[in-house]
Design a binder for this molecule. Structure first.
Ligand code: C2E
Ligand code: CA
Ligand code: CA
Ligand code: CA
Length: 275
């Protein structure tokens, strides 16, 4: 049925109700998902461009919903964030990621995404420390990825948390670099170990000279700050060649591998003959 303009009120109300209802239902399901063990971690490898070897993997959460099938994190992470459920879910992610990574060769690290709400949680540093010690993973093999959203209010508390995490011996990456407003200022206020160049720049690298210029600038920034620069979302050989030419140190994307379940990572490593 199409709204005829005069009747929009009556037309939209049930639509809004329906959306709210669907959201509430998803939220209720999300509350149960941890206990029902419906989450999985998939891992996407990152490759170093000077050695062509895998250097680590990013852990990406997956929700196997009993009736909806796989629900994308883009759909439920924002809801988990709003409801605070991201705190227990995030704790599960970091513990699980450490437990998996300890089975990999020592040269490989694991990267975990942190959301802004997790950052505000008082327990974060304690939880990460406990995940490291109970798994036995060497702290330098854990990376935490944060977006500019985390530092949005660039306050003392956030900086103190970043430093406390760093003091555990792990590494901190700036995710989706280039998409926010004051990226350069963030780099000045906290010494990140790694910059992840947002996929949107990589997607257009073959056709848009301004994207090439931006990637080149970020790569050289990384070089002078002593930071690793990872290009995200590399899908084609042409993109990889250009990224290599511009001086990025690492790549991640479907060209290397899609995110895969944990056992497949060990198989990928076997194939490259990692010790
Ligand atoms: P992100 O951190 O930027 O993760 C990269 C996303 O790009 C992943 O989507 C990955 O599957 C996708 N990707 C990787 N390579 C390619 C490529 O070559 N082409 C294209 N088109 N896409 C590629 P995914 O797994 O759907 O995750 C989406 C977002 O959800 C993540 O973006 C991250 O912000 C969030 N997320 C995922 N797992 C977690 C988690 O455990 N905790 C938190 N807080 N957020 C998570
Ligand atoms: Ca990420
Ligand atoms: Ca990213
Ligand atoms: Ca992203």
């Amino acid at each position: 049925a199409k709204a005829d303009g005069r009747d929009t009120f009556r037309f939209f109300e049930p639509v809004m109700d329906e959306r709210l209802r669907a959201r509430r239902e998803l939220e209720l399901d999300l509350r149960k998902a941890l206990a029902l063990r419906q989450f999985e971690l998939h891992f996407q490898p990152q490759m170093n461009l000077s050695t062509d070897r895998l250097v680590g993997c990013e852990a990406l959460i997956r929700w196997r919903h009993p009736t909806r099938g796989m629900v994308s994190p883009a759909e439920f992470i924002p809801l988990a964030e709003e409801t605070g459920l991201i705190v227990p879910i995030g704790e599960w992610v970091v513990r699980t990621a450490c437990r998996e990574a300890v089975l990999w060769p020592e040269s490989l690290s694991v990267a975990v995404n942190l959301s802004p709400a997790q950052f505000k949680s008082r327990k974060l540093v304690e939880v990460v420390a406990s995940a490291l010690s109970s798994s036995g993973l060497a702290p330098r093999r854990l990376e935490l990825e944060i977006t500019e959203g985390v530092l949005l209010q660039e306050n003392e508390a956030n900086l103190a948390t970043l430093h406390a995490l760093r003091d555990l011996g792990l590494r901190i990456s700036m995710d989706d670099f280039g998409t926010g407003y004051s990226s350069l200022n963030y780099l000045r206020s906290f010494p990140f170990d790694k910059i992840k160049i947002d996929r949107s720049f990589v997607a257009d690298i073959s056709t848009k000279p301004d994207c090439v210029a931006i990637i080149r600038a970020i790569a050289s920034l990384g070089l002078s700050f002593g930071m690793t620069t990872v290009a995200e979302g590399v899908e084609t050989a042409d993109q990889m060649r250009r990224i290599r030419d511009e001086g990025c140190t690492d790549v991640q994307g479907y060209l290397i591998s899609r995110p895969v379940p944990a056992p497949d990572i060990l198989r990928l490593l076997d194939r490259q003959g990692a010790a």
